[in-house]
Design a protein around this ligand. Structure first.
Ligand code: SF4
Length: 432
């Protein structure tokens, strides 16, 4: 979501003559769009600010113009006072609903911290449309979250759940498609909880996907992050193969496989509920595969409860996952629970979990070797000898430019790729 927000902030700054640059040394403003979901991400902001302070001092001498450092996003909301205390050279801080007020500061003088009363849709109306898009375009359809998981800072940083008007979303999708987007990724903290009332109808994510599917220029549609409780039957029915741009893959955060832990996390479902959703989806789409998010070492998690998570991971066979040690965050209810598991136990659980997950992922990738699969080309890879693509299961596929049997590989196009090699994290192949 920060990538999406940043692209719209860039479009806004361009209206006043600013230009985006990757070159720190030539920049006269640095904006850090920040994430506070885990402590590590939050701390990175401060270490990067230290680096920017030095750049700012150097640039001041060189450019002889005012140089600004701004912090925007969730850390801005979470830690505004702390930012000015620890990094007094920061010029402005804007919370995640206030990006569009950046000129209030730049044309100042004004407060150094601009915040809105969350939630608000105002920024979506004020921020101008983007002028260029990657082949895979991200569109925020809702923000904030009402689920109130006890470990999560999102309800504080992004506020209560709001859904954007259906027609605004469709217009924005049509706009990015006209700019060349071929894949649409719908974004929201509780993305499948999207609901917008208009014309005596409640629009849901189902309606958005159905609408996208009518556009022949869109070859894939995805959504993140889904909540198990919002996997309604209409949404599940979209996986039945009748919509060509839906993939047989779903990222569905589980977080823990023990009912006691899920309850203390306030996830609102049991492991049995989760299994039922998986089964329903498998009936509709027998080839579907799942990826997930997992937390180990949540306060009070016993060894037996951790083993339940491990067992569930094996039963569902998650092909990819993001797994972390529980990270205590300010403004969350879990902060009141005794963080009673020592770090070495947490680390041991994470290692055991990740080793099981890696085994599944490695085997799954190995099974694709010497097969021919369809791959969506996203971009150039970091290694310029390869293009970066995604399989229907969201595996990273690195496609050799020299071995492929085409003269040029077109970004945004889908190709048949023969997989010649697999590693735990990547597939390698050539276009045939
Ligand atoms: S559903 Fe996701 S965003 Fe919402 S509170 Fe829970 S973890 Fe946070």
């Amino acid at each position: 979501m920060n990538v999406y927000d940043s692209s719209r902030l860039v479009a806004l700054l361009e209206t006043e003559g600013w230009k985006e640059t990757d070159d720190l040394q030539s920049a006269s403003m640095y904006i850090l769009n920040t994430c506070s979901i885990r402590e590590k991400a939050s701390e990175k902001v401060f270490s990067f600010l230290g680096r920017l302070q030095k750049e700012k001092e150097r640039a001041k001498k060189r450019l002889k113009t005012p140089i600004f450092i701004g912090v925007v996003g969730c850390v801005a909301k979470d830690q505004s006072d702390n930012i000015f205390k620890r990094a007094p050279y920061v010029d402005f801080v804007l919370d995640s609903q206030s990006y569009h007020k950046i000129f209030d500061f730049l044309k100042g003088p004004t407060e150094k911290f601009i915040k809105t009363n969350l939630p608000s849709l105002e920024k979506f109306d004020v921020l101008p449309k983007i002028k260029k898009t990657p082949a895979s375009a991200q569109i925020t359809i809702q923000e904030g979250c009402d689920h109130n998981c006890t470990y999560c800072v999102v309800p504080f940083t992004r506020g209560r759940e709001i859904s954007r008007p259906f027609t605004d979303i469709i217009n924005e999708i049509n706009h990015v498609v006209s700019l060349g987007a071929k894949e649409i990724v719908l974004l929201g903290q509780n993305v499948n909880g999207y609901q917008f009332k208009a014309d005596n109808k409640i629009y849901r994510i189902y309606d958005i996907i159905k609408n996208i599917a009518k556009n022949p220029k869109v070859s894939r549609v995805r959504y993140v992050s889904a909540h198990p409780l919002e996997m309604t039957d209409d949404l599940i029915s979209l996986y039945d193969g009748s919509i060509k741009c839906m993939l047989p893959h779903l990222h569905l955060p589980l977080q823990a496989g023990s009912n006691r832990t899920l309850k203390r996390m306030n996830r609102g479902y049991t492991k049995e509920d989760y299994f039922k959703i998986v089964e329903k989806l498998k009936i509709v789409s027998p080839d579907i595969k799942f990826s997930t998010d997992l937390i180990v070492g949540f306060p009070g998690e016993s060894e037996e409860e951790f083993l339940e998570t491990l067992e569930m991971v094996k039963q569902i066979n998650f092909i990819t996952s993001f797994s972390f040690i529980y990270s205590a965050r300010d403004h969350t209810p879990a902060l009141k629970l005794a963080d009673d598991i020592d770090y070495s136990t947490k680390l041991d659980r994470l290692n055991r979990l990740q080793s099981a997950l890696t085994k599944i992922q490695t085997n799954f990738n190995l099974g694709q070797k010497n097969t021919k699969i369809t791959v969506f080309i996203e971009d150039d890879a970091i290694d310029k000898n390869f293009m970066l693509g995604r399989s229907i299961y969201m595996q990273t596929v690195l496609i050799s430019k020299t071995d492929s049997l085409v003269d040029t590989i077109i970004i945004g196009k889908i190709y048949i790729v023969e997989i010649t090699r697999s590693t735990p994290n990547n597939l390698y192949g050539k276009i045939i």
